[in-house]
Design a protein around this ligand. Structure first.
Ligand SMILES: Cc1cc2nc3c(=O)[nH]c(=O)nc-3n(C[C@H](O)[C@H](O)[C@H](O)COP(=O)(O)OP(=O)(O)OC[C@H]3O[C@@H](n4cnc5c(N)ncnc54)[C@H](O)[C@@H]3O)c2cc1C
Length: 504
């Protein structure tokens, strides 16, 4: 029998995607394959991508990464959610917190009871019923506590991280190289395909070195060196739904303690992010080039940042969308090479993690079966499309009519699945998670309510509960959350105690 196994994996690109893939492969495959990563310092990386979602903890656990060490080495902080400012109306503010809203009661999610009580004037804003939202507003943070009752909200706190993207790639590089990944510095200048079927045979470096592989992972960023420039896999453009196509980034010095959340503020032609790290604050203005120029966007951002700017503004261009085939022939594109929605809700690093898990799960042999490849591509498309709809929701569900940008967003047509989700929620506060889609019910509920999609009714079963019991339930949850937040330490104090990074 011939040995049909993959032997050599070549990863082109050493940004977050390349090193996340390399580190995971090194750990999971444990020496079964030769893994080589090529990166070019001269080309560099995109250098942004500093906020994450809680799923990253699973990646770290799989790789047995020590959380304290990870935070220290990446100048990291903790993220309980995102604060949205001025999105549905100027003056509005809400938190999309990770984790639960209250606790489910009977067969119904808590928000169903909240809806009725709120309509009756017996409940305050939704933020008071989510531990993550309430703690964010007070600047508090702690990891899950072991010495509390099983049902305490403190027993299972959902959180993610903010970190320095450059330090993160370096951290993963050390990890991967220590486990046998070979790094090659330099530029790929040529891609050699097999004449008979177009599969990639080798890449050629600027110095003439030829690097052969069986499976190529394209992590070359927006340029998609293998997947697009070579294989022409095609790109689906979603600019009509996600009108922002540029960002200007400008980090600044810290002013005050770090918030345990990202702040996303809606602006005249897009939105700005503010990501607190231990050594600096990351800022950026994501905007639609149709409505504002680069210079004006940069000048506006400079006015809005808290502290002294560190370095000059850097403009990044992108086209929201996704590669029509993320896996084509023997090339799998991961990271920006596979597509990019936009930074709102910080899902891109999650999509890298998910793609890495998927390729491990569907790992091929040299036969490169179509069934495997098709399943991979279908899963990748499903995943990003559901996230896409969640992001579109933030733009579309607005009452703002103060600028041409917001007028466009408010009146644009959106994918049918999203319209259906909005209609269902507006009717009676219901949401159904579609199979393995990433964002769960609490996320959709918080964002829909925050964007002023307020249901007219609630689930009929809520009316079965006597009024006094309803008020007890809703009031009790609010009290428990407030008590929990009270005992949580300030975010800065938690960092100082457990994972303070050295001054750079
Ligand atoms: C404005 C903005 C904000 C973002 N914010 C977030 C966020 O908050 N959270 C989040 O999850 N994601 C965010 N992202 C996405 C995130 O930055 C990326 O998903 C992540 O950095 C992965 O990038 P990458 O590794 O695919 O590409 P890159 O960082 O561009 O890396 C590409 C690599 O390929 C190499 N390369 C390219 N061509 C060649 C060649 N010819 N030869 C050799 N090497 C080559 C480069 O040297 C580099 O090492 C953001 C993106 C943008 C644009």
């Amino acid at each position: 029998m011939t040995d049909n196994r993959i032997k050599n994996i070549v990863i082109v690109g050493g940004g977050t995607a390349g090193w996340m893939a390399a580190a995971a492969f090194a750990k999971v495959f444990a020496g079964a394959y030769s893994i080589r990563l090529i990166e070019s310092e001269e080309i560099g990386t995109v250098g942004v991508g500093e906020a994450t979602v809680p799923h990253l903890k699973l990646y770290n656990q799989t790789l047995e990464i020590d959380e304290t060490e990870f935070i220290k080495q990446t100048q990291g902080t903790f993220k309980l959610g995102i604060e949205f400012v001025d999105w549905a109306r100027v003056g509005d503010r809400y938190i999309h917190g990770f984790g639960q809203i209250g606790h489910d009661h009977g067969l119904l999610p808590f928000h169903q009871y909240w809806l009725k009580a709120h309509k009756q004037g017996k409940a305050s804003g939704l933020d008071d019923y989510s531990l993550n939202a309430a703690a964010s507003l007070k600047g508090k943070f702690m990891a899950s506590a072991r010495d509390v009752k099983e049902h305490s909200p403190l027993a299972n706190i959902a959180y993610a991280y903010h970190f320095d993207a450059g330090l993160y790639a370096k951290f993963l590089r050390n990890y991967a190289e220590a486990r046998g990944v070979r790094r090659t510095e330099g530029k790929v200048t040529q891609v050699i395909q097999r004449p008979e079927d177009g599969y990639v045979d080798a890449v050629v470096m600027e110095n003439g070195e030829r690097i052969e592989g069986d499976l190529f992972i394209d992590c070359s960023g927006f340029r998609g060196l293998l997947i697009e420039q070579t294989l022409k896999a095609g790109y689906e453009d979603w600019l009509h739904w996600l009108p922002c196509d540029r960002a200007v980034a400008m980090p600044c010095e810290n002013v005050g303690p770090p918030t345990p959340f990202v702040r996303c503020t809606a602006r005249e032609a897009g939105w700005t992010w503010r990501i607190p790290l231990q050594h600096r604050t990351g800022n950026g203005y994501v905007y639609a080039s149709q409505y504002i120029g680069d210079d004006e966007a940069a000048a506006n951002l400079a006015k809005w940042i808290d502290g002294c700017a560190l370095g000059s503004p850097r403009v990044l261009r992108f086209t929201p969308g996704q590669r029509k085939k993320c896996w084509d022939k023997n090339v799998v594109a991961i990271g920006l090479a596979s597509g990019f929605l936009e930074p709102l809700e910080s899902t891109s690093i999650f999509l890298i993690q998910s793609a890495v898990a998927r390729i491990i799960n569907l790992f091929p042999d040299q036969g490169f079966s179509d069934v495997i490849r098709d399943r991979y591509n279908a899963q990748a498309a499903f995943e990003i499309e559901r996230i896409r709809d969640f992001i579109i929701l933030h733009y579309y569900a607005t009452e703002r009519d103060d600028t041409p940008f917001w007028n466009y967003c408010r009146t644009m047509s959106v994918p049918k699945e999203l319209t259906d989700n909005i209609r269902l929620f507006r009717d009676s506060g219901r949401f159904y998670r579609n199979a393995e889609e990433m964002f769960a019910q609490p996320s959709w509920v918080e964002v829909m309510v925050g964007q002023r999609i307020l249901p007219e009714r609630w689930h009929p079963m809520v009316d079965q509960m006597p009024q006094a019991e309803l008020e007890d339930l809703v009031g009790g949850v609010k009290r428990v959350i407030a008590n929990c937040v009270e005992v949580m330490p300030p975010h800065q104090a938690f960092i100082d105690r457990y994972c303070k990074a050295p001054r750079p």
